[in-house]
Write a protein that binds this ligand. Structure first.
Ligand SMILES: Cc1cc2nc3c(=O)[nH]c(=O)nc-3n(C[C@H](O)[C@H](O)[C@H](O)COP(=O)(O)O)c2cc1C
Length: 366
């Protein structure tokens, strides 16, 4: 029976335990997406805190397209040297670090005027009302290559793998969603067509990094709005990617337009509310022979252990609990098994100028 602090691996990447820091936009990079001292320290605290693997905040792959302030970039080779310092530091603390790479699109917190924002179709974003420009075949080819180049850069910078951001209402997940994708060409209509761009991005990434390098995806089980992605279609995409050699899949759900089912749900204050996407991860872990990661509302070691004991879900990803307590994995491992202090107030999502930090810690003056 697997345990939280038992090692495992993803395509040769050795992990000392089953805990992952899920991708978390820290809002601390500079205007161009470059590292700052403050951001470096966030990663240092995480690496020291005992987590097995750290997913970076979503890093943008096209220079002109930055969906939110303070995001990390990975759109050209000037990033390689600074990320080498980051990955070296994380490795010194016996943790692993994987770059999450993304194209945001119309779900953007920046003013849209004067910017070219791509989408599958010119449909107003349900959360921001921004109307993107429908991508041409040339645009799609450009984007696929931008993802591939970003992955190659990540490998050169010493990241242990890459994760495609295919979730939460950003561009790749919009292609999967019948609401946003109204295309009548080979990228729209059936789920085979709506998934095509994700498969092309995956294959381009694989071409750039080779078979021995971990490539993963974060994907919505469901969008939780009318005409959004449903689980049967998510299953189809996961099976297709697994057949083509993807190394791990992180199952999430929702967008900023999903009401109380946004990806970071509020008030996870009982164990019954925890692990709110786990049912989908359990099913996919039964069906697929690759590590499946669950994310969303994990707060107590007992809940994680129960999943480890009763399902094939391999890894457990946490965002907000590690914003408030980067040392949480060490704390649990040392025998203090109290649930995470995070109360899921979502104060960390208020886009504060000082960065996306835990406001409970701020109040305590930490
Ligand atoms: C401040 C903040 C920033 C986030 N940034 C990202 C991101 O860059 N990429 C991503 O895939 N998810 C992002 N998420 C979602 C988390 O990775 C995670 O899926 C969600 O918060 C649920 O997990 P939790 O209950 O452990 O917080 C973010 C969440 C928060 C609170």
């Amino acid at each position: 029976m697997a345990k939280i602090f038992e090692p495992t691996s993803i395509n040769g990447m050795a992990l000392k335990n089953r805990l992952i820091r899920s991708a978390t936009w820290e809002n601390m990079a500079d205007d161009k997406g470059h590292m700052t001292d403050k951001l470096f320290k966030v990663y240092e605290e995480l690496a020291k805190g005992g987590v097995g693997m750290i997913l970076t905040g979503y890093a943008f792959v096209v220079e002109e397209e930055q969906p939110n302030p303070g995001m990390m970039g990975i759109y050209d080779d000037t990033f390689i040297a600074e990320y080498q310092q980051l990955t070296t530091m994380v490795h010194q603390h016996d943790s692993r670090i994987v770059a999450q790479i993304a194209y945001g699109g119309s779900q953007t917190g920046y003013p849209a005027e004067g910017r070219l924002i791509w989408g599958p179709s010119a449909v107003a974003d349900l959360a921001t009302a921004v109307v993107p420009t429908e991508m041409t075949q040339d645009d799609i080819t450009t984007l696929v290559h931008a993802f591939g180049a970003a992955a190659k850069r990540a490998k050169a910078a010493g990241f242990d793998g890459v994760q495609m951001h295919g979730a939460h209402g950003y561009l790749l997940s919009q292609f999967l969603s019948p609401y946003y994708n109204r295309r009548s060409d080979q990228y729209g209509g059936s789920i085979e067509n709506r998934a095509r761009i994700l498969i092309e991005v995956y294959e381009q990434i694989r071409k750039q990094v080779g078979d021995d390098y971990p490539v993963m995806i974060k994907i919505n089980a469901e969008d939780y709005f009318e005409q959004g992605l449903v689980f049967d279609d998510c299953r189809y995409v996961c099976h297709q990617l697994a057949q083509r050699g993807i190394d791990a899949i992180e199952i999430t759900g929702g967008t900023f337009a999903s009401g109380d089912k946004i990806p970071a749900r509020a008030k996870i204050n009982t164990s019954e509310k925890e692990a709110y996407h786990a049912q989908y991860a359990i099913q996919l872990a039964d069906e697929l022979d690759i590590p499946i990661i669950t994310v969303g509302g994990l707060r107590s070691p007992e809940v994680i252990e129960l999943l480890l004991e009763t399902s094939r879900v391999a890894l457990f990803s946490l965002s907000r609990p590690l914003l408030s307590e980067p040392n949480l994995p060490n704390r649990w491992q040392s025998g203090d098994r109290q649930r995470a202090k995070c109360v899921s107030c979502n104060g960390c999502l208020q886009n504060r100028p000082g960065g996306n930090v835990c406001i409970l810690n701020l109040k305590k003056g930490n």
